[in-house]
Ligand binder design. Structure first.
Ligand code: XMP
Length: 329
């Protein structure tokens, strides 16, 4: 598609002009489509003068940080620092059950850590003879986010508009650079493919900033995180193998509150309840539960029960949005 190619080339030229010969840019990456495409585009434009930072908050999907590092560093050549802050986040989340509190803790801690890292990068840049100051903050804002942040005032208005970075750019005195702000999601995917980003990454389902913390009802413990990670991995693997991944907008496993009884051998044992969720939606404002074959669901439930320690039951969530939401908290 020549229009996307042309757009990309034009954007690369614009970024180079904006940033200048020595300017530095910093940005957060999550492993999602938007931040990956934005990061790769920055790398095309200014190489290692773009500094990507990924924060492992301890509530990512299984092996997520490792995979993002592989893809961005080895695969795409992006200058990336991964910060493992799992313990710090999990420590702060300990005993916290209120969903909005969890969101706040994760958001604020993310900002703190990102700021600390940005200072280190700025310092290193200062001592490099030809490097300029960090002046810009990359944000993978899309056109619908721009529209939404202008017109949408609902209970979840803070969700997509800030890309989980809060008031970070303002606080750090950085100007925003938003190379995707004129694009829709399908155009971003197209550009991603043009930039050589693997198709399975470009087609990835969205993942919320607060991560698995809002997929674990009640308090978050390392054991619950591991349980939901393992169940999620099995669910997504089965969906991919069945060729259903691209037919579904978002799919994941969540951990319900409390324990339910199950049976192992001739013992009644109390264990976790895993809920599987898969939805189809165009705008994430309304959504329908995906209609799997019941046999397929039974197979997954059996696998999760057999392979994930401490799980007594697996359910499939069929509620639409509304009245429910896509996430459980
Ligand atoms: P809900 O649960 O509101 O989700 O139907 C709609 C979409 O938004 C995502 N979501 C979030 N994303 N921070 C995020 O970055 C959040 O706090 C958050 N809450 C929900 C959700 O995954 C879905 O794609």
């Amino acid at each position: 598609n020549w229009t996307m190619e042309a757009f990309k080339d034009k954007e690369v030229v614009r970024i180079r002009k904006l940033v200048g010969e020595t300017g530095q840019v910093i940005g957060a990456v999550s492993g999602g489509v938007d931040s990956t495409v934005a990061a790769k585009l920055m790398h095309e434009a200014i190489g290692d003068r773009f500094h990507a930072v990924m924060v492992d908050n301890g509530v990512l999907r299984m092996d997520e940080a490792k995979q993002v590092k592989e893809t961005l560093t080895k695969g795409l050549g992006v200058n990336l620092t991964v910060i493992d802050a799992s313990e710090r986040f999990l420590g702060l989340l300990k005993g916290v059950s209120d969903p909005e509190k969890k969101r706040k803790i994760i958001g604020n801690t993310f900002i703190e850590i990102f700021e600390e890292e940005a200072k280190k990068i700025a310092k290193a840049a200062e001592s490099t003879p030809k490097a300029g100051k960090i002046e810009y903050f990359l944000q993978g804002t899309l056109y619908p986010d721009v529209i939404e942040s202008i017109s949408f005032k609902g209970p979840s208005q803070t969700i997509k508009t800030h890309h989980n970075v809060g008031g970070l750019p303002e606080k750090m005195n950085l100007k925003l650079i938003e190379p995707l702000r004129e694009l829709f999601k399908d155009e971003v995917r197209k550009m991603g493919l043009d930039l050589g980003i693997p198709a399975d990454l470009v087609g990835r389902h969205p993942f919320p900033g607060p991560g698995l913390a809002i997929r674990i009802i009640g308090d978050v413990t390392p054991e619950k995180v591991r349980t939901v990670q393992e169940a999620d991995r099995i669910f997504i693997e089965e969906i991919r193998n069945a060729g259903l991944y691209d037919k579904i907008s978002q799919a994941f496993a969540a951990l319900m509150a409390g324990d339910a009884v199950g049976v192992v051998g001739d013992q009644r044992l109390y264990g976790h309840i895993i809920a599987l969720r898969a939805v189809v939606t165009t705008d994430f404002m309304t959504a329908d539960a995906y209609e799997f074959e019941i046999k397929f669901l039974k197979h997954i439930a059996q696998r999760i029960g057999d392979e994930v320690k401490g799980v007594a039951r697996v359910t499939y969530e069929v509620t639409g949005k509304p009245p429910s939401t896509i996430e459980f908290e």
